[in-house]
Design a protein around this ligand. Sequence first.
Ligand code: KMH
Ligand code: ZN
Length: 304
Amino acid sequence: MPAARKVIITSAVTGAIHTPSMSKHLPVSPEEIAEAAIGAAEAGAAVVHMHARDPRDGRPSQDPAHFAPILDSLKRNTDAVVNLTTGGSPHMTVAERMRPAVEFKPELASMNMGSMNFGLYPMLDRFPEFEHDWEREHLEKSRDLVFKNTFADIETILEHGRANGTRFEFECYDIAHLNNLAHFRDRGLTDGPLFVQSVFGLLGGIGAHPEDLMHMRRTADRLLGADYQWSVLGAGRNQLNLASIGAAMGSHVRVGLEDSLWIGPGQLAESNAQQVTRIRTVLEALNLEVATPDEAREVLQLKG
Ligand code: KMH
Ligand code: ZN
């Protein structure tokens, strides 16, 4: 991994894992989602990773009509890199998940690097009350859920990206996903700089111990060499500590309410900007500089 660069902060502002009853601060309407992303960018996020929701009940939605007003607002109010999800919700088909990237041809999109179990049901213990039936089902059904990302699925999304100038944030939830990424790089279906988002602490993926982080880093170094830019995402209570360890080791970082609702033990984050500000404080204490959107575009070789 090339050293000595500014740290790219990604803010993943709403996602498709958490549900509105879990936190009143989770942005749901197009206005709330856009405002959250703009606030995160103003706080120092160079990249905003975007999902949309159906404003009627807060359910994750890949309908381009739900993305359009958000993207329109972002275009007018921030120069942050807009990264559109192709993961959508693990309950959706791949075709459904691709709709926003197909429609809007973003400079950056997420790419999930392997099929996996995706266990959301432990959150039922923490959040017993839900306003909408879909919220409980979303968690319950994850007991028997495979988040499907076959080689064919990945190839389809990669080819779509290549045809449209979209580059990817490669979500690697486990070591095998690095092998898969190296495989596609070796076949010439993608190339460096590969933006590797290593995801720690989701049930079904690698754990969130510093040893897990070291193992990811060593394996990525061995398989991807100088071809990659490393970013660290710790889920839930692991957000700040893993991002801090990663940054001290030379990674970029991802925060946001998609990945964690928390700002401290038992304390809900009031906004995405609050989490960005918190990690920014850590980065500055480590004497690390934060990348601007244009600096992120240059490092990741985005079309702009
Ligand atoms: N939910 C995150 C752990 C995607 O949108 O494609 C990973 C993610 C997937 O952001
Ligand atoms: Zn996402």
